[in-house]
Design a protein around this ligand. Structure first.
Ligand code: GTP
Ligand code: MG
Length: 300
């Protein structure tokens, strides 16, 4: 079917609310990594979905939070810029009957940026699998006055319940126009970025406390040999020697475990054997150093 409407939709909300889970659900495949740690997403991630004559281009964003370093400032700026330059915004909230600080700030910015005009926005209440119906009604009643112009879509990004109605609410907000991405393209992330993110996801799954936030991953090597084997090498960056010890683990146990998990997913992605190697490097306070942030792929 020929595309007649297409538009860009930003997913915004506090850390850990489920934006990346929803992005993957909307795309129909894994485009963004998901963990139970807040501030997992650090980049803007595109996922393209087609429904009938509509092409939806979704942009996942970092969780909106009070920044404590340059990386955080960059992430928060990215949320603001993204939210203001799109055709529609999906504000995602937890199923709690209270407008929290990040939500209040995001709502205020949306309203102010468009000089009081109602921005095309949809409010998504996520994780409905965790609340009873009465509790959900209380959440809807809480948010309705805060965003009187927006449709409210309760859903479970994890289970997929309520995701189809979200497409129905967003379709009328798309401008008329041709496809923005070629048919079949699901994301614009280069393989090197996807690889680094998969490794970071496996790392975060095993890390606790302050270590995860100070971890970055870069793909150094990506080479397909003639026999079909894919060579992948990554550098894992952390902020302190003590963190390096945790990342490597007792006799290298942690790095080995993470390597196994990452390799399994990468082999699925490439449909064949992967040779995976990783190195751990300390870069003190990289999250506060513009030069190092740029080296690690952040557009600061
Ligand atoms: N129960 C439940 N958990 C969910 C749902 N959606 C996401 N989660 C969980 O919430 C956690 C955070 O999910 P993410 O998708 O990484 O959240 P995010 O908003 O992208 O987080 P940041 O990138 O840190 O801003 C993960 O443990 C998910 O499995 C849902 O619908 N129900
Ligand atoms: Mg995310």
């Amino acid at each position: 079917m020929k595309i007649q409407k297409s538009g860009i939709i930003a997913l915004i909300g506090r850390p850990n609310v489920g934006k990346s889970t929803l992005l993957n659900r909307l795309a129909g495949e894994k485009v963004a990594i998901v963990t139970d740690k807040p501030q997992t997403t650090r980049h803007r991630i595109t996922a393209v979905a087609t429904r009938g004559a509509c092409q939806f281009v979704f942009l996942d964003t970092p969780g909106f939070h009070r920044p404590r370093n340059r990386l955080g400032e960059h992430m928060v700026r990215l949320v603001r810029e993204t939210a203001l330059g799109v055709d529609a915004v999906v504000l995602m909230v937890e199923p709690a009957a209270r407008v929290g600080t990040p939500e209040a700030m995001l709502i205020e910015q949306l309203v102010r940026a468009r000089a009081g005009e109602a921005p095309p926005a949809v409010l998504v209440i996520n994780k409905i699998d965790t609340v009873k119906k009465d509790a959900l009604l209380a959440v809807i009643e809480t948010y309705r006055p805060a965003l009187p112009w927006a449709a409210v879509v309760p859903l479970s990004a994890r289970d997929g319940d309520g995701v189809a109605p979200l497409f129905d609410e967003l379709a009328p907000l798309l401008p008329e126009g041709p496809a923005l991405y070629p048919e079949g393209q699901v994301t614009d992330q280069p393989d090197r970025v996807l690889i680094a993110e998969i490794v970071r996801e496996k790392l975060l799954d095993h890390l606790e406390q302050e270590v995860p936030h100070g971890v970055a991953v870069v793909t150094d090597t990506l080479r397909e040999r003639e026999n079909g084997l894919v060579d992948i090498g990554v550098t894992i960056v952390c902020e302190r020697e003590s963190h390096k010890g945790i990342l490597i683990g007792r006799r290298g146990a942690m790095l080995k475990q993470v390597g196994q998990e990452a390799r399994a997913e990468l082999e699925e992605m490439y449909g064949g054997p992967v040779h995976f190697q990783s190195w751990v490097k300390v870069k003190a306070d990289w999250r506060d150093k513009p030069g190092q942030l740029r080296d690690l792929g952040f557009d600061v």
